[in-house]
Design a protein around this ligand. Structure first.
Ligand SMILES: NC(=O)c1ccc[n+]([C@@H]2O[C@H](COP(=O)([O-])OP(=O)(O)OC[C@H]3O[C@@H](n4cnc5c(N)ncnc54)[C@H](OP(=O)(O)O)[C@@H]3O)[C@@H](O)[C@H]2O)c1
Length: 333
């Protein structure tokens, strides 16, 4: 449902993954442009919290609870948007999940569902978006990819496989869009962004994930999304470290592969232990409990880690924490 605030005159923008770090930042950025917003994710409570925040700021938003793996549910969300606002002008697809772990340690159903959410989910959202754009006479679809659609790191195999597939799908859509007047398809490939995805992720690696440095705020991705839509760019990027990663991956593959595993163990995983769990892979973010070790009341017990839902983690904190760990500030074993 929407709030009763006066109709805005801006574009109708549908954001998948609206409860997430990058999704919510994108929603807020478009709210600042008087957009009418359609918020899509699985977490009904978090979506409602965001809608209330937007309403308080005078923005109109429609909540659509849907799982992107369900093509009919995605279609229904677009139909609701069309009933409410008359159509959809911009679709920003950010919904995705991660499962950490060496390939043989990640259960088959978890591996498969990461592909289902990230790849089939993108295909479902793109299908509904293109049909909505046809009815509207044009529109812009922005898919959030990743530097891991252009390179790989260990312990994130299903995610990297999915993002390579997403990049292939987006390229196909861009080719097909050449025959669709007014339709623009883009991909934005962030690097390391401070969002809850690393903690919420399914995890079979034994240690909680984190964004490797340098870490950028979610708002930097939102700004890039708006730029890409405004200028009809085919591709956007955020973190300059992506260029270094891609150069190493392509130009010095043997050296890259020698270095990447020890580096990933330090930079991509916290010291804090975690029991094997599927995290947000099958479960809405608002219901995820991370069964982590550390700061436990007595040895041998595990306690849940509180997941930060109220806003994305701070990029500066991520940097500080990593520096402390590298320097061995007393928290080691
Ligand atoms: N953070 C980074 O460093 C980084 C780097 C490169 C690329 N990216 C990409 O940026 C995008 C956004 O990531 P983020 O960091 O903002 O992650 P996030 O904070 O965890 O947000 C992910 C969003 O996806 C939604 N979602 C997950 N599974 C879904 C499903 N099956 N159906 C509908 N919605 C679903 C989640 O909401 P519910 O759980 O409520 O459904 C949440 O709103 C992703 O595509 C990610 O791969 C992120």
């Amino acid at each position: 449902m929407t709030d009763g605030s006066p109709a805005a005159s801006g574009p109708v923008v549908l954001v998948t993954g609206a409860t997430g770090g990058i999704g919510a930042a994108t929603v807020r950025a478009y709210a600042g442009r008087d957009a009418r917003l359609v918020l899509l994710a699985r977490s009904a409570g978090l979506l409602e919290t965001l809608r209330s925040e937007l309403a308080a700021a005078g923005a109109r938003a429609l909540v659509t609870v849907a799982d992107v793996t369900d093509a009919s549910a995605v279609d229904r969300a677009f139909e609701a948007a069309t009933r409410e606002f008359g159509g959809v002008d911009v679709v920003v697809h950010t919904a995705a999940v991660i499962a950490y772990g060496r390939h043989d340690q990640v259960p088959a159903d978890v591996w498969g569902h990461v592909i289902q959410v990230n790849v089939t989910g993108t295909a479902n959202v793109a299908r509904s978006a293109l049909r909505a754009f046809e009815a509207r006479g044009g529109g812009s679809l922005v898919v959030i990819g990743s530097v891991l659609g252009q390179a790989t790191v260990p312990f994130m195999g299903s995610y990297a496989t999915s993002k390579w597939a997403v990049r292939g799908l987006v390229r196909t859509l861009q080719q097909e869009a050449r025959e669709l007047p007014g339709v623009h398809v883009s991909i934005v490939n962030p690097g390391s962004i401070a969002t809850p995805i690393y903690t919420l992720a399914g995890n079979y690696a034994g240690r909680i994930g984190r964004p490797p440095p340098p870490v950028f705020p979610a708002e930097s991705v939102a700004r890039e999304v708006l730029r890409v839509v405004d200028k009809h760019k085919r591709i956007g990027g955020v973190n300059p470290a992506n260029l270094v990663i891609r150069a190493g991956f392509v130009l010095a593959p043997r050296l890259y592969d020698v270095l990447v595993t020890p580096l990933a163990k330090v930079a991509c995983l916290r010291r804090q232990g975690v029991e094997p769990h599927a995290g947000h892979v099958f479960t809405a973010s608002e219901d995820v409990v991370v069964p982590a070790e550390g700061e436990v009341p007595w040895p041998g017990r595990t306690s849940p880690v509180a997941v930060q839902h109220t806003g994305p983690p701070d990029a500066d904190n991520e940097r500080r924490e990593l520096l402390h760990e590298i320097a061995g500030d007393g928290r080691r074993g």
